[in-house]
Design a protein around this ligand. Sequence first.
Ligand code: ADP
Length: 459
Amino acid sequence: MRSLYGKFIAMTAAIMVISGTIAFLAVNTYYHQYLKGQNDEKNMIIAKSVASFIQLNEGLNLEDYLAAQSAMGYKLYVVSERREAKLYGKPFRIENLSKKAIDQVLNGEVYHGMGNLPSETFVTGFFSDESANTVGAPFIYGGERHALFLRPDIKMLFTEVHYILGGMVLVMAVISLLAMLMVAKKLIDPITALTAATKKVGEEQFTGTLDIHRKDEIGQLANSFQQMTEKLSENDRIRKEFISDVSHDFQSPLLNIKGYAQLLLDDELPEASRKSYASVIQSETERLSSLTKQLLLLTSLDQLSSPLNRRTFDLDEQLKETVRKYRWLLEEKEMSLSMDIDEVRYMGDPAFLEKVWENLVLNALKYTEIGGAIDILLTERENEVTVTVRDTGIGIGEKELVRIFDRFYRADDSRTQQTGGTGLGLSIVQQVVKLHGGTIDVVSQIGEGTTFTVRLPKL
Ligand code: ADP
C-alpha cells in the first residue's frame, strides 16, 4: 500500500496481531508456571468431595448423582474395577487418558493430570479439552473400587465469557482502526496541503497562504514553508525588478549610441558635430562597460560561496592609492582634501575593499560641487577599524537616504542624474562591508554634505 493511510492501517493491524500473540504467549506461560497447579488443586478438592460424598452415601443412585454433577458444568469419567467406563457430560475432544493413570487411581491414589499437563507454546492448558487434562480421585461404591476423573466443561461454563471477550477484542480492534484512521487523517491532511503548496511553488506560483495552524512539528514545517515561500516570492520580485532595471539601464545608452551612430553616417556632417556625437558614443560605451563590470562584481558577490580571499595588507596605503587615482578629478573640480589616516594593517579581501573606497571617494567627488571639500579618516580601535568619508556636497534627502543602498537606486535629483552613475555602487559597498562582518552608516543633510562611516571588525 503506497498511501500513508494504508500504511497506518496496516501498521495498526500488525501491531494488534503482534501484541495479541505476545499477550497470548505471556498469559499461557503464566498459566503453565503459576495457575496450572492452583487449577489442579481446586479441581482436586471438587473431585475428592464428589468421591467422598458417594462413599458416605451408600444408597446413592450413582448414575443420577453423576449425571446431576455433569449438568452443573463438569465432564466426569468413571472407571470401575471391572474396567467398565462411563462418561457423564460432553465427550472430551481428545481421549488420551493413560491406562497407567486409571490403574493408579483404582489403586487408591489421586491423579494430577491438570497440574502435570505438559506445556505447549500455542495451546492454553486451561482450555485444552483432553481426558488426560483432568484430576482423578478414587471412591468405593457398592463394594467396588472406582476411579473418578473430572474437569470443568469449559465450553458450557464459559461460552458467554468467550463471546464477551471475543466481542470486546473485536470492538477494540474496530475502534482502534477507526481512531487510527482519524489520527492519520489529522496528520496526513496538512501533509497533503503542503504537497499541493510545494507543487505550486515549484511552478513559481507564490500566492496563497497555508491553512495550517498547529504547534507541533507539522505546524513548524508549515511555518518554515510559509517563510520560505515568502522569501522565494520576495526574491522572485527582486529578480524580475532587477532584470527590468538592467534592461532599462542598458536600453537608454544603446538607444543613444544607435541614434548618434546614425547621425554620424551623414557625409555632410560638420566636423564639430561629428566630434561631439563621437564623444557621446564614447561616454555611453564607457557607461555600458562600467555597468557590466559592476553587475559582474555584484553577481560574484552574491554567488560568493567560498569565504573572502582575506590577507593582511596596509589599509592606509590602499586608501591613499585610491585618492591618488582620482586626484585629477579633485584638481579639475578645485576641491580641497584632508586626510587623517592611521597606519593600519588589516586582514580582509583587498580586491573587494578597494571597490568600497573607490565608490565612496568617487561619490563624494561626483556629488560635491566645485570648490567643495572632502575629509577622509582612518582610525584603528581595539576591535575595529573605522573609515569615514565626509563631503560638503549636495547631500541626500531623508526619503532617499533609506534607499541609496538599493540596487539601481539613484536619487531623483537633476544634479545626481547628470553624473551618469549606475546606482549600483553603494549596493556593492554595502555587500562587501557585510561580507567582512562590518557596518556602513550614512548621515546627510541636503546642501550641507554627506558622511559615510564604514566599521570593519578586526579578526
Ligand atoms: P551612483 O552610480 O548613482 O553613484 P550609488 O549606488 O553609488 O550609485 O549611489 C546611489 C545614489 O546615492 C546616488 O545616485 C546619489 O543620488 C546618492 N549618493 C551617493 N553618495 C552620495 C554623496 N556622497 N552625496 C550625495 N548623494 C550621494
